[in-house]
Design a protein around this ligand. Structure first.
Ligand code: NOJ
Length: 577
């Protein structure tokens, strides 16, 4: 713990609690995303599984998180890494069994960790029994009406019903054949052709999902992360739509220095497949359903919707409890942009009584230890690879990532951490083309690298095969040769390591109840510095290129070593106020 003797003038402005109203656990929780394929493999087949997760949960307790969210582990042909679900109420043999899930959940609960699972309602797999039945049934049948089948345009129906593109590239429609082989109707898939969109205007579909939610709630899950929560309802008539810009593959925009560039905003028409008002009654029904269960179960929306004031509609008091703050994730590392997005987040979420959430990485974006040092445009989902322009400087990227995380974990509200970021893992840029598996890579014909680079299995022990990810040394994506120093065992107890920084930040966040606190801006440090108090902690983040003078105070946390009384570039400190 160090003290400073200098003191710039500081002034307090604006305040926000960011937790909304109430004391439920999810208002302040730090939630750790497990990507099951890449977390820990107990069978040696090179793909992570539920047994692996169970065996490694203590490490997450040591880290100090409150809950885990698991990306899909359901029965699935794995065309989109499990976001193509063939049975919503069973575990894919790749990941284990329902009993393995129960063992994992029981152990997590024993350790005090809540368990959130992924719900994928916008689309199923084309291998789901519902879609297979729809294919076998005649046009106009109840089975077909569970999905989005339409006749094609043109005299022989050979043109797609409208001009929509798939998020992953290529058309959003695929034509099916009649049993005699002649061409038939088309079905809509906003993502891969193996992921047909369900028809959420159909009450049978709604009833099935109520049963699916009950299935998992009865088994004791603490909540659901809801995939594509802005996409379930499409505009009547499915009108043509041409996006003005590439807002990123999930439909996101971003805050930059001068202007908010949302994909969904007053300036651009809302795409007929995103953010339709009809989605909200679905979440109201689910919220009522969760209310029947004890234990503050939670729904978190994955909705790439901007501006934040619109996203707040997903977390009104009778809808979901949380929504991922992708505006925050996409904000560049500059003082003005960071302050603006923090203010906008707190205003928007507090306005509806919901906690703000904060997130910097997940399985769909370039890891922030690389992203924050990119020099060129990088729309969400594009990924980076060896031929990408504006390659990130790894040293600068990690430094900024550590500073950005230290800033994020001091904010009031709930924060999400993506597995491996606590180790400072960078995006894996040089994956061989032949190893890539993201449908984005295939559907864009290699134009977009996609998301494999953030999904590489994580390192546990520096000197074990596959860095301890699997006993056999197998790994479904190749791990870099230089990840030994980043392995968890190489960082535990190592002063200055990224793992120690995260562990210390989480312990201090808990001790000072920062999640339930209120942020008050401090000024007087210059435009490039983001500075605020949260209760007894003063947080100062220098996004600029020159060091700034620090006020007097004990240093509780620093993202880089602090010598003397100055805060270097790309560094965040927490001081005792
Ligand atoms: C969002 C998920 O996070 C992503 O991984 C997936 O590809 C799409 N939704 C489609 O389910």
């Amino acid at each position: 713990m160090a003290t400073h003797t200098t003191s710039p003038s500081i002034a307090l402005t604006s305040a926000g609690t960011a937790t909304g109203r109430g004391t439920e656990w999810w208002r302040t929780a730090v939630i750790y995303q497990i990507y099951p394929r890449s977390f820990a493999d107990s069978t040696g087949d090179g793909i992570g599984d539920l047994g692996g997760i169970t065996s490694r949960l203590e490490a997450l307790v040591d880290l100090g998180v409150d809950a885990i969210w698991l990306s899909p582990f359901y029965a699935s042909p794995q065309k989109d890494a499990g976001y193509d679900v063939a049975d919503y109420c069973d575990v894919d043999p790749l990941f284990g069994t329902l009993d393995d899930f129960t063992r994992m959940q029981t152990r997590a609960h024993e350790l005090g960790l809540r368990v959130i699972i992924d719900l994928v309602p916008n689309h199923s797999s084309d291998q789901h029994a519902w879609f297979q039945a729809a294919l076998a049934a005649p046009e106009g049948s109840p089975e077909r009406d569970r999905y989005m089948f339409r006749d094609g345009k043109g005299p022989d129906g050979s043109e797609a019903p409208n001009n929509w593109d798939s998020v992953f590239g290529g058309p959003a429609w695929t034509r099916v054949a009649h049993p005699d082989g002649t061409p038939g109707q088309w079905y809509l898939h906003l993502f891969d052709a193996s992921q047909p969109d369900l028809n959420w205007q159909n009450s049978w579909v709604r009833e099935q999902f109520v049963d699916i939610l009950r299935f998992w709630l009865d088994r004791g899950v603490d909540g659901f992360r809801v995939d594509v929560a802005h996409g379930l309802i499409k505009a009547d008539g499915l009108p043509d739509y041409t996006p003005a810009t590439d807002g990123g593959s999930m439909g996101g925009g971003h805050f930059n220095d001068t202007v908010l560039e949302p994909a969904i905003s007053a300036e651009e028409p809302t795409p007929p497949y995103w953010a339709q008002p009809g989605v909200h009654e679905i979440y109201r029904q689910w919220r009522r359903l969760l209310g029947e269960y004890a234990g503050d179960r939670v729904l978190c929306a994955e909705a790439w919707v901007e501006p934040l004031a619109t996203l707040a509609n997903w977390v009104r008091p009778d809808e979901m409890q949380q929504a991922f703050n992708f505006s925050y994730l996409e904000t560049p590392w500059t003082g003005p942009a960071m302050r603006r997005v923090i203010d906008a987040s707190i205003d928007a979420f507090e306005g509806v009584g919901a906690p703000s959430t904060w997130v910097l990485s997940n399985h769909d974006v370039v890891r922030h230890a690389s992203r924050l040092a990119l020099t060129g445009e990088n729309p969400q989902g594009a990924g980076i690879g060896p031929r990408s322009p504006g390659q990130p400087d790894p040293v600068l990227g990690l430094r900024r990532a550590r500073a950005a995380t230290a800033l994020m974990l001091a904010l009031p509200g709930s924060a999400y951490i993506y597995q491996g970021e606590e180790l400072g893992l960078p995006e894996v840029i040089d994956l061989p083309d032949a190893a890539r598996q993201d449908p984005t890579w295939f559907r864009s014909h290699g134009k977009k690298y996609g998301r494999d680079g953030c999904r590489v299995p994580i390192p546990w022990e520096s000197d074990k095969p596959a860095y301890g990810f699997s006993s056999s040394g197998e790994s479904w994506l190749p791990q870099p040769a230089d990840w030994g120093a980043l392995a968890r065992d190489a960082q535990v107890g190592l002063p200055g390591s990224t793992l120690e920084l995260y562990t210390a930040a989480l312990a201090l966040r808990r001790a000072h109840e920062l999640g339930a606190g209120a942020a008050s801006w401090l000024s007087g440090f210059g435009d490039a510095v983001v500075a605020f108090t949260n209760g007894a902690v003063t947080v100062i983040a220098n996004t600029g290129t020159v060091a700034v003078e620090l006020p007097v105070g004990d240093i509780l946390l620093a993202s880089e070593e602090i010598t003397g009384g100055a805060l270097p570039a790309d560094t965040t400190v927490w001081l005792r106020s």
